[in-house]
Write a protein that binds this ligand. Structure first.
Ligand code: SAM
Length: 274
């Protein structure tokens, strides 16, 4: 029988091996989440211990991709939590537009297959169209990042199954998506978004350059020290008065609360103080 100390040491060696081989800080994810994903991959590969799974990874490096894929859960849809986006449309967009910035930068961090980025693009486009200022869409820049290259490849295509649009308001659906599935996003929306690979645990944005960050249902997978590190990075990336929206199951806790003003708990809306 293998001792508990030995199991802990093998687990630690395994995660270090993954970090070194792929540069993804898997040890920043919640321990329970990481253990579950590794256990699932071990079952799939018939590995009975962490040490033997480490050997599988060394002998078949494609297994690293399968593991990271299992760790990056891509579940998403357009206008997920509709009330959040209503709040963003009512409170955030008009305020940012009134700020007369030469460009308004939005960062969708952890965009998966793009649904959240297209949601934000549709909100901005609809806002400008309603004001008769649609010619100004070039002032809106949306950068959408994710760790998972496969999800990003889908995002760039911008075609969505019927299910993905289930919460999309009827006017947005009719205006920006083709009627039959797969629903193709309008070119006006695609033009507003740049998709790029980015590891939230490693990649910083230029300080003070972002006016709105949406990072929803991503932080929930990280342990508390890594959540705090990401919040510090968000605070640096945001311009004074810039907004942050996180997921409804997520919270800004402990020392990170000092970084932002909490504006609306219902929609998890925060702001970098002026
Ligand atoms: C559940 S999806 C959330 C998608 C969307 N934001 C939403 O709320 O519907 C979580 C996404 O976080 C991404 N992710 C996980 N770890 C990441 C990291 N370290 N850096 C960037 N993205 C990461 C995953 O690849 C996945 O696409």
């Amino acid at each position: 029988m293998i001792s508990a100390e030995r199991i802990a040491a093998d687990f630690s060696a395994l995660t270090q091996q993954i970090v070194s081989a792929r540069g993804v800080a898997v040890n920043s994810y919640k321990r329970s989440c990481l253990e579950r994903r590794i256990a699932a991959r071990m079952r799939a590969r018939g590995a009975e211990s962490y040490a033997s799974y480490a050997r599988v990874l060394r002998e078949d490096p494609a297994e690293y991709d399968a593991l990271i894929d299992a760790l990056t859960i891509n579940v998403t849809h357009l206008f997920r939590d509709t009330e959040v986006w209503e709040g963003v449309a009512e409170r955030v967009l008009p305020d940012l537009w009134a700020g007369n910035h030469a460009t308004i930068n939005t960062w969708v961090a952890g965009c998966a297959s793009g649904e959240e980025a297209y949601t934000v693009a549709a909100l901005w486009h609809r806002f400008l169209e309603a004001r008769g200022e649609v010619g100004m869409t070039s002032r809106i820049r949306i950068t959408a990042t994710d760790l998972d290259p496969d999800a990003l490849a889908l995002a760039a295509v911008g075609e969505f199954p019927r299910e993905s649009l289930r919460d999309t308001p009827a006017d947005v659906r009719a205006r920006y998506f083709t009627p039959a599935a797969p629903h193709v996003a309008a070119a006006e929306l695609r033009r507003m978004i740049t998709f790029a690979r980015g590891d939230l645990l490693a990649t910083a944005q230029p300080p003070g350059s972002v006016h709105l960050i949406t990072c929803r249902n991503v932080l929930i997978y990280f342990d508390k020290p890594s959540q705090d590190a990401v919040f510090r990075r968000f605070r640096e990336a945001l311009a004074p008065g810039g907004y942050l929206v996180i997921g409804k199951a997520e919270a800004v806790l402990g020392e990170s609360r000092l970084l932002f003003d909490a504006l609306d708990h219902q929609i998890r809306l925060f702001r970098r103080p002026m």
